[in-house]
Design a protein. Structure first.
Length: 362
């Protein structure tokens, strides 16, 4: 059997680029941006740290949008408008945006060089980036967001320490159901943390962040047994594998009756995970925008390289008894168990692959 590492490596191969469509005229600049960022931002089309950070940034720009605040007569933010870059000195200091200044400043010169709006650039970079990940989606990309924005109000970006009620209410305000939030959290399959426990930067969330695979949805449901770093930090829950990190919010959303069955469904249905994520990202990327006023440049987004991901498994050393089965209406799916000694995971940006790869069943 092909190992996860080989599959992930295969996806580094340059993705096929779709031919320009009739609308290519107004999209032409985006082909130049594509070549530039694949080479110079994403290290030649990898699914690495800058991709993960760029994907996170699509959310942190867009979710600054609150119809509730507008209804109260206040400014509720402009959504996916680039304000996090235009007013970085304000927004990157919001607590929930910890660490995001890095990617904002890394992206900014690319947006300026190509003279595209900050709002467009942020969503484009996220879409191109995640297409580099094995098993990743090909997201929609609409261009034409205004470059003029105002700073988002604080406290609109969810915190990992927030209760589910608070997170669901905030997401509902922005137009997302619990099911749609679960779909958005497929992004955490290609994620690591630096700032919740700063003593262990680069610690992956409940899966190996080189592939946009379903493993995250399994491992988050394992009963927590350990803290990978220096103990309990605000916004952290116990994870189940040495070297893996679990957000308090991911832990709780996986187990909530409003979201648990959606969560579980992605374990055995990667196509559903990808299509749900693709649909909800189209919504996220146009929060606060009028989509019909934008130009569809989706044809510029690379077609992800075909990747046959292995089915999700129980990590070596774990059994069904270690799973927190939180979806009452559907039995937990039958999964194979990885062979070998108990799995442990190294910080992603040092050794990117699961250490037990040596011992997977073939
Ligand atoms: C309930 C909602 C969410 C919460 C509470 C949350 C929280 C977090 C936190 C605390 C981190 C770690 C940051 C660090 O320490 O460096 C993180 C990382 C990340 N998040 Fe989220 N997140 C949420 C939703 C989303 C959404 C909707 C997306 C994208 C669509 C997203 C994409 C990412 C990615 C890709 C990373 C990894 C960044 C990296 O590896 O550098 N998150 N998230
Ligand atoms: C967008 O606005 C920033 C200032 O916030 C400016 O530096 C940049 O040149 C603008 N880009 C375009 C394409 O107008
Ligand atoms: C950059 O974009 C702005 C806004 O679209 C436009 O007014 C300006 O002429 C452009 N500058 C260059 C050098 O193309
Ligand atoms: C872990 O380290 C962080 C940062 O140095 C510190 O704030 C926190 O209190 C530590 N936690 C424990 C449980 O030692």
């Amino acid at each position: 059997m092909l190992s996860k590492a080989l599959i992930a490596l295969a996806a580094f191969a340059v993705a096929v680029r779709a031919a320009p469509s009739a609308a290519a005229g107004s999209c032409a600049v985006w082909f130049e941006v594509l070549d530039d960022i694949q080479a110079n931002l994403f290290d030649g089309g990898e699914c690495g740290e800058e991709v993960h950070e760029s994907l996170r940034l699509t959310f942190h720009d867009a979710i600054g949008f609150s119809p509730k605040l507008f209804a109260e007569g206040k400014f509720g933010g402009g959504g996916a408008d680039g304000s996090i870059m235009a007013f970085a000195e304000i927004e990157t200091n919001f607590h929930a945006n910890g660490g995001i200044d890095d990617i904002v400043e890394t992206q900014r010169p690319f947006a300026l060089k190509h003279n595209v709006s900050f709002g467009d650039f942020i969503q484009f970079a996220g879409a191109v980036g995640v297409s580099n990940c094995a098993g990743g989606p090909r997201l929609q990309f609409l261009a034409g967001r205004s470059n003029f924005s105002s700073p988002s109000p604080d406290l609109l970006v969810p915190e990992p320490s927030d209760s589910n009620d608070k997170i669901f209410a905030r997401m509902a305000d922005a137009g997302f159901s619990p099911a749609e939030l679960v779909a958005l959290l497929a992004s955490h399959s290609v994620a690591a943390q630096d700032h919740v426990d700063p003593t262990i930067p680069g610690t992956p969330f409940d899966s190996t962040p080189s592939a946009f695979d379903s493993q995250f949805f399994v491992e988050t449901l394992l009963k927590g047994t350990l803290f990978p770093g220096n103990g309990s930090n605000v916004g952290e829950s116990k994870s189940a594998l040495e070297g893996e990190f679990r957000l308090f919010s991911d832990n709780n959303i996986a187990r909530d009756s409003r979201s648990a069955c959606h969560w579980q469904a992605f374990i055995t249905d990667h196509d559903l995970m990808v299509s749900s994520f693709t649909n909800v990202m189209a919504k996220l990327a146009t929060l606060g925008q009028e989509p019909s006023a934008l130009t569809d440049c989706s044809n510029v987004i690379p077609v992800p390289a075909p990747a046959k991901l292995p089915p999700a498994t129980l990590p070596a050393g774990k059994t069904l008894a270690d799973i927190h089965h939180a979806c009452d209406s559907v039995p937990f799916p039958a999964l194979d168990t990885d062979a070998g000694p108990a799995t442990s995971v190294a910080p992603v940006y040092v050794i990117p692959f699961r250490l037990s790869l040596c011992c997977r069943a073939s």
